[in-house]
Structures are given as C-alpha cells and as structure tokens.
Design a protein around this ligand. Structure first.
Ligand code: ADP
Ligand code: MG
Length: 667
C-alpha cells in the first residue's frame, strides 16, 4: 500500500515539476530553476529505483562478491540522496562549524542521515530518508517562489521609480540621470512619462495620473504654478517643470526608501518568532535525544526486556522532522511584508512592521483640525472694522505672511492674488499658534489671532461671525480683521463614521483655532471630545494626558505636520497627511497618507487588523499541528512520511495565507 502511494506521489511531483519548468520558466530565477531540475532528477531516480526489488540486487552477489548487491543498492540511493540534499548537509555542517547549530538544516540533516543509517543497518527502506529531503526541498522551493513572486508583485505595484529626466539642450531633449539634476533646473516631462523630480510647473498644462502614489484613480489637473510631485504619470500635455528638490529628496525616492526599509523595523510578533525558534529548536533536539536514549534504557535496565533501540531512534528522528519551525519563520515576516506592500498600493505608507502591529491595537484617534479634517484652504469671507481699504489690509497681511507655510498664510496670499515683492518685507517672526509679526514698508505689521493681539497689548474688536478671525495691527494700532473660513474635506464625515466600524472607540479633536469654530466642526462630524485654542506645546501635553489613560490600548494622532510634528512623534502612532503636509511631518510620522484622504485612516487600521489576524492564525495553526504531531510521534503513531507532509503542508498553507495580506483593495 505505502509503496503504491510513494510511486504515485513521485509521479505527481515529476509531472508538476516538468509542467512548472516548461510553463513558468521565465517566472523563476536561476537558483529556483536549478533547484526544480534537481527535484525532477532526484524524484525520477527514486521512482525508477522503486521498481527494482531487493531480490534483483541480491542476484549480483552470485556474480561478484558477497554483499555487492547490497552495496550497489546503497550507492544508488545514496547518490540520489546527495543530489537532492547535498546543500542542506553542507549548510548543516557550516552551522555546526560556526557554533550556530540548531536550525532547520541541522534538523533535516540529522533526521535523514539517521534514517539512512537505520536503513543501511537493516538493508531496508532508503526511500524514507530521501523522501524527507525531497519534500523538504519542495517546500523550500515553493516558499522561495511564493516569496519571490509577492516581492515582485509589490515592486510592480510600486513601479514609480523614474529612470531618467529630460532636459532641453539647444532645442533638443536629452535624457539624463535624475540624480544629476540640481535644484532649480527646468526639466521636460512628455505625455506618458513619469515625473522624476518634485517641482513647480512653469509651462504647459496637463492631467496627471497619481494612482501609483495615492491609490486615487481620479486624474489631477495641473497648470502653470502648480506644485507637482514626482512619481505621477503625465497623461496629456507637455510640461516644463522647475525642480524644487533634488532627486534623492523628492517624493519618489523618499517613498521607495520607506518601503524598502520598512521590513527592517521588526514587529513584536516577528521578534517573538525568532526568539521562539532560538529556544524551541534546541529544546526539540534535546527531547529527541532523550526519546532515543531514555525509553530503551528503561526497558533494558528496569523492565528487563529488549531495548528496541531501532524503534526508539526512529521515533526520535521522526520527532526531529516534525519539529521544524519553518512555517512560522517564513510566513510571519511575509505577512507583514505583504501587508505593507498592499497598503502602499492604496497610498498608505507604513514605515515598519512594528507600526502595522501597533496600528491594529489603536482605540483612540486624535485629530488635528486644519489641514487634516478640513481642507486647510481658507476663503476670505469678509474684512471688518478696517481702518484702511480692504485691498490695503489684505496686501499688508499677505506681505507679512510671505514666509509662512501655514495654510492660513497661503490662503491670504492667494486672496491677495498679486505678485509678492519680498524686498518690502523684513524681520519676519512667526509665533506658532499665534500668527506672524513682520515689517512691511517699514511698518510693523502683526497678523494673527486674539492671543497675538493680547500679547502685544493691542485692543482688538471681537467678531461675531463664525470663522477663523485674523486680526491685523499696523504699527501697534488695530487695523481690523479678516474673517476666513475653511471647509471640511469631502470624505471627512464618512471617515469618522467608518472609524467606528474599524473598532475605534474614541475620537478627539485638537486645534489652535477658536472654540466657536472647533465646536462647530466637531458637532458636524460627531467627534465627542474637543480641545480648542491650543498652542503647539499644549497639543503635546493633551496627547500625553490622553496616553496616560489609554493603558494597553494605543493612541494615534493624525496631523498635517504644520505646528504638530512633535505630537506626531509623541503619539503611539503618528499619521501624517503626505501630499499637503510638511517634510517634517513625513519625517516624524509612522504612517503617511499620500493623498490626504481621511478615509484612508480607517483603511490603514483595517489593513493592520487583517494582517495581524492572519499572523495569529498562522501562529496558532502551525503550533497546534506541530504539537499534535509531536505527541503522536513520541508514541510512534506518526512515521516520517506523515511528519514531512505535516511540515511542508503547514508551511505551504501558512505561506498562502500570508499572501492574503496583499489583497486590501476592498477592505
Ligand atoms: P490647527 O490646530 O487648527 O492646525 P494651528 O495650531 O496651526 O491650528 O494654528 C492655530 C491658530 O493660530 C490659527 O487658527 C490662527 O488663528 C493662528 N495662526 C497660526 N499661524 C498663523 C499664521 N501664519 N497667520 C495667522 N494666524 C496664524
Ligand atoms: Mg494644523
């Protein structure tokens, strides 16, 4: 019975290996191809040997010397064993020489060499040792193929690396290495090409495909003076772009760096597994040794019966085969890698496995308001109580704000609408959470909120409109205020609602804006806790207070990095808006949302939960099967075939399960 099954299995292996070699040749690397050929040869030889009986070999004894048949039989099987297992034996030997003995190579080598030895002794079944090696190698091959494939998938998904940049020389376009382009150069991006370096459009208009960066399928229109980030694909018109960054500092390079280095930040589960393997493998080896020695000695010395050394040594070897921890060692890092890859394809950059893990435990999310929940693009609603013409007030405000990167400043400059002559402005001083003070045409201009006015002892007039009030004082005299207002991002409301689905129990908003505006936004969105009129350092303190009551649950802070980079790094997880956010934010954050869409927050959490669920499934599944087999193995209920199938089977299932982490589109 067993012989027939072995023959059938070998035939199946040969057919599959042949099929793969022919159809998937280009999908494999050189090593995988070589290994597959070895598997094919070894299993064919084994199959042929299965059809020659021991009696056939024994005939040789009559023609040559005694035992020559037995020796030839061993030689043939041993050659086959070396074909399939020589590299494992070599690695095990190297491990012993380097005093890093206990790894899966060692387990496999000891188990199969032991099985070989038993077979030589009894002139019995060599198939077992070879089959164990063969199926172990099949498992290894499968794993390397699957991992290679998912890595390739991820890098295809992340196919944003530009190979060249075009510059114009004497009316002709020349391709150059993007690394050689200095800041402020003009590059040309033709339709169909990737934008290689971040910059500002100086000529032309077009639509951009940003999907590789943001997962957002809607094309984006760009025209002269628009900022453009690298990695997008230019779809329609020719664009000339003035670069604002070097290639290495551009969005594409940063993203690729992030994704490539993400797996070096190990999660707790990964650390657990490598620690586990370090303790587990030696423990198993010593148990196997005990299983080989103690029961026979007990039988011999205490019970006074036959020791049955052969049986117990065989059981010990089976025990070693079962115990190989490869399913865990391979599938867990792969799950995290796939999860991070899948997320980046959705425009969510997660900087390490550890962050993915923490993200799955988040219960409280704290939001910054401006730029995070709202667009951060303020419109001027009115100019009140002004002592000058509207135009003049706006001009002073825009000039004083000329150096600030705050959304308010950007909006005032846009509302002013004219070219800003920076030579008219000097001594600019930005007081975060308050506003700016600067000299414009030698007048001292203060632009900011009531806090700023109070600190300068300027009597200001309260405004009754709801909106962000920007007071202006010229030469320490109150000149009036501008009412500006911001609107919610289109997805904000949906985003807050979907967080509840993702298991978030607490939502909190922090803002430097006035209580009136903050309360309105919060009640529109259904955010329960609001803290307003905070200075940047107050935001850090508030988050620290919230962290104290969190206990084991984790807290995430979502911000745009303008006045909140310290908070991003203080929270358990900092999530930054990448497209609009400052570089500091992207640096300080652990998770970056490429398209600033707040809906991606719940998506990131769902991805992390799926990924962790798969990791735990694999841990429990693999350890449970191992334990059951180990116990059965110790009682002699499992032979080596079952053992190797348990091992390779569990590994294949675990790897397939891990690859599910890649699919996050519909979460
Ligand atoms: P948020 O917490 O909503 O992101 P910030 O902490 O960035 O807000 O700013 C808080 C408040 O400080 C703003 O609402 C505004 O009143 C004032 N402010 C900050 N920076 C500026 C600036 N550059 N110009 C004018 N006002 C500013
Ligand atoms: Mg902000």
């Amino acid at each position: 019975m067993q012989e027939i099954i072995v023959k059938l299995l070998l035939i199946v292996v040969i057919l599959i290996a042949l099929g793969l070699l022919i159809t998937k040749k280009n999908d494999m690397n050189k090593h995988q191809r070589k290994m597959l050929i070895r598997i094919l040869i070894a299993s064919s030889i084994l199959l042929v040997l299965q059809f020659i009986s021991i009696a056939t070999f024994d005939i040789l004894d009559d023609y040559l010397f005694v035992s020559s048949g037995r020796i030839l039989r061993f030689a043939l099987y041993f050659t086959d064993y070396l074909i399939i297992g020589h590299d494992i034996l070599k690695k095990a030997f190297k491990g012993i020489m380097n005093r890093q003995i206990f790894d899966e190579n060692f387990l496999m080598a000891i188990a199969t060499v032991g099985a070989m030895a038993i077979a030589i002794y009894s002139n019995g079944d060599y198939v077992e040792a070879i089959a164990v090696m063969l199926f172990y190698q099949i498992g290894e091959w499968f794993q390397s193929y699957a991992v290679g494939k998912s890595r390739k998938n991820i890098s295809e998904l992340m196919d944003i690396r530009p190979d060249y940049a075009n510059i114009e020389v004497d009316g002709k376009i020349e391709k150059v290495d993007p690394d050689e382009i200095s800041v402020g150069s003009i590059i040309v991006v033709q339709p169909g090409e990737k934008v290689p370096i971040d910059g500002i459009v100086v000529e032309g208009d077009s639509t951009l495909d940003t999907s590789a960066l943001t997962g957002e399928s809607l094309p984006r229109e760009v025209k002269v003076d628009d900022n453009i980030i690298s990695g997008c694909i230019n779809m329609s018109g020719l664009l000339k772009i003035k670069t604002t960054k070097e290639f290495g500092e551009s969005t594409v390079s940063k993203i690729l760096d992030l994704v490539e280095n993400a797996s070096s930040k190990k999660s707790k589960s990964e650390q657990f597994i490598s620690k586990f393997a370090r303790v587990y493998t030696p423990a198993v080896c010593y148990s196997a040794l005990a299983l080989a020695i103690i029961p026979p000695l007990v039988r011999l010395l205490i019970m006074g019966v036959d020791a049955q050394w052969g049986i117990w040594i065989y059981r010990a070897l089976t025990f070693l085969v079962i115990s190989c921890p490869c399913a865990l060692v391979i599938s867990i890092p792969l799950s995290f890698f796939a999860g991070i890859g899948g997320a980046s394809n959705e425009g969510i950059l997660i900087k390490g496995s550890n962050y993915l893990e923490t993200l799955s435990k988040v219960k409280t999310i704290v939001f910054d308001k401006t730029g995070t929940l709202t667009k951060g693009v303020f419109e001027v609603d009115g100019i009140h109580h002004n002592k000058l013409e509207d135009e003049k007030i706006l001009e002073f405000a825009a000039l004083a704000e000329s150096a600030s990167s705050h959304p308010i400043s950007k909006s005032l400059q846009r509302a002013y609408g004219k070219e800003i002559d920076r030579t008219r402005v000097s001594n600019i001083q930005e007081i975060s959470g308050n506003g700016v003070i600067a000299f414009v045409d030698n007048h001292k201009v203060a632009v900011g909120n009531d806090k700023l006015m109070r600190s300068l002892n300027i009597a200001y007039i309260n405004c009754h409109s709801i909106g962000t009030i920007i007071h202006i004082a010229i030469d320490d005299e109150y000149a009036g205020h501008i009412v500006i207002s911001d609107i919610l991002k289109p997805n904000t409301k949906k985003a807050i609602a979907s967080l509840k689905n993702a298991g978030i129990t607490n939502t909190v908003m922090l803002t430097g804006d006035t209580k009136k505006v903050a309360d309105k936004v919060a009640s529109d969105l259904g955010i329960t806790k609001v803290f307003s009129e905070l200075l940047p350092e107050d935001k850090v303190n508030k988050v620290e207070e919230l962290l104290k009551v969190e206990g084991k649950d984790k807290l995430a802070f979502v911000g745009d990095g303008i006045n909140d980079a310290p908070v991003l790094s203080r929270a358990d997880i900092g999530i930054a808006m990448g497209a609009m956010g400052s570089d500091a934010a992207i640096e300080a954050a652990d998770v970056v949302l490429m398209d600033d869409d707040p809906l991606k927050i719940s998506k990131a959490i769902k991805i992390s939960k799926k990924c962790l669920r798969i990791v735990y499934q694999n841990i429990v599944f693999a350890i449970a099967i191992k334990l059951i087999c180990l116990i059965l193995g110790a009682f002699g209920e499992v032979n080596m075939y079952v053992a190797i199938f348990a091992d390779v089977g569990v590994m294949i299932l675990a790897v397939l399960n891990a690859i599910r982490c890649l699919f996050v589109k519909n979460l």
